[in-house]
Design a protein around this ligand. Sequence first.
Ligand SMILES: [Mg+2]
Length: 207
Amino acid sequence: MSTNHLPKPTAVVFDLGKVLLEFDYGIVARRLAAHSGRDAEQIRGLLDQSPLLLRFESGQMTNEEFFREVSGLTGYTGAFEEFAGIFGDIFSAIHPMIDLHAQLRARGVPTFIFSNTNELAVRHIRANYPFFAHFTDYIYSHEAGAMKPDHRIYEIVERRTGRTGAELLYIDDRKENVDAGAARGWRVVHHQLPEQTIAAVRAAGLV
Ligand SMILES: [Mg+2]
């Protein structure tokens, strides 16, 4: 299908994890394991995609409550600040996508972060990745009290961007998340490889 007849989107909504930053809970698991009686694989199972992390990222637990639960489950004996440092430090830059974001900003295109995340991760990213300061606004699951693909957090994006439907171009690596955007009429890119996503943003006339 040709995209030439669609109006040009006026804002780009970026997922964060595995779109702009790679992440690996295996790193946390290995570091926590060094301070606890558990092995790294068990700890990883307690974190990555776990009910505990879902509760934390949907805003149902404070940082301290999450810290206490993880410490109790893993036997981790370190202090909160050390834990926060370990827990946040799981990311690495996906440079072609960060460059794409810079190009959009240079052209004056408003850009938004739309992420299932938590305050410890955001704190770490803000302190370590300068590109992260340059978005128009940020919609986080832990602040919204809802996670993608829940429709409530997509409604928050529409309010905060002041846009709906095909005015929004949304990039996310998780199929269920882009499907929820597409169902609202957003233009979507199911992110797999940076070169494909960059080509799609170019085809939309934005860079
Ligand atoms: Mg993602």
